[in-house]
Design a protein around this ligand. Sequence first.
Ligand code: NCD
Length: 305
Amino acid sequence: MQKHLLTTKSLSKEEIDLILQTAENFEPYARKEKRGDQLKGKVLGALFYEPSTRTRLSFETAMIRLGGDVVSVADIGTTSMGVKGETVADTAKVISNFVDIVAIRHPEVGSAEEFANNASVPVINAGDGTNQHPSQALLDLFTIKKELGKIDGLTVGFSGDLKFGRTANSLAYLLANYDVKLKFIAPKALPMKQKVKDDLNEKGVNFEETEDFNAGLSGLDVLYVSRVQKDRFTDMNEYEKLKDVYVLDRKLVEEKSPDMLILHALPRVNEIAKDVDDLKGAAYFRQVQNGVTMRMALLSMLCNL
Ligand code: NCD
C-alpha cells in the first residue's frame, strides 16, 4: 500500500481489491453495531479549505468510531492559509507536528500532492479542485460491488458535469482495472476531461461518449449521476443554461434501464427527481453509509503502515 492516497490513477488492481476487502470488515462499525479501538491514540487532521458535508463528517465519524481523535479546519476563513497567505507546503510542515494522518480538500488542482510532498504523515486527498477525489471513488466502487455482487462485465454510464466534477473521473480510473464498458453522457460544454480519455485509451478501456441523455441511458447496469458544478463556473449565465440539462426521473429510468443501479456522490440539486428515490436501484443514500465504511478502511490502512 502506498503511503498517501492522492489519486485513483496510481492504484493497482491488487491494491484496489485489498482496500475493498478491508472495507468489508468495517461494515459493522460503520453501521454503529460495534465500536472499535483500532485507531486509538491516533489523531486525524481534517483540513477542508472548500465546502464539504459528507466527506468531512464521514472522515471524522470513521476516525472517532474507531477510537481515534480529530482536529479540523472547516472554514478556510479561519486559517493562516486563507487569511495570512501561508503556503500549502508550510501548512503541511506545521500540521505534521500535530496529527498522525491528514485528509485535505483544497480548491487547487495538485494541492493535496503538494501537501503530501511536504508532510511527514500520510495524506488523503479529499478533493483537489476539479482533479481527484479518491476516497469517494473507492466508496463508489465498493457500493457497486456490494449492490451488484461484481464489477467485471458491467456497463457503467456517467452523466452530467464531467468537465468540472472530480468524482466521475476518479471512479473511471478505478473501473479501468476491470473488464467494464464505460459511457460518458455529457453536454458538449461539459465533456469528460481529454487527459482522462487519453489515459483510458492508453489502458485499452472500452468507452463511448454521447450528448444524448435519453439514448445514453439504454443498456446501463450502473448510472453515476453528477451535479453541474455551480461552484466552478465563472459565468453564471452559462451555469443557468446548463444546470438542468439532464434530469433523471422515474419514467425515464423505467423506460430505459429499469434495473440499473443509480449512484450520486451528492449533494443532489435537480439532476435526479425525487420520484427516483424509492426505486430499488436508487442507491445514493446507501452509498453515503459506505463512505464511513471506506474511510474507516483507508484511515486504518494508512495509519498502520
Ligand atoms: C462531491 C465533491 O465534492 O466532489 N461531493 C462529495 O464529496 N460527496 C461531488 C459534488 O460536490 O458534486
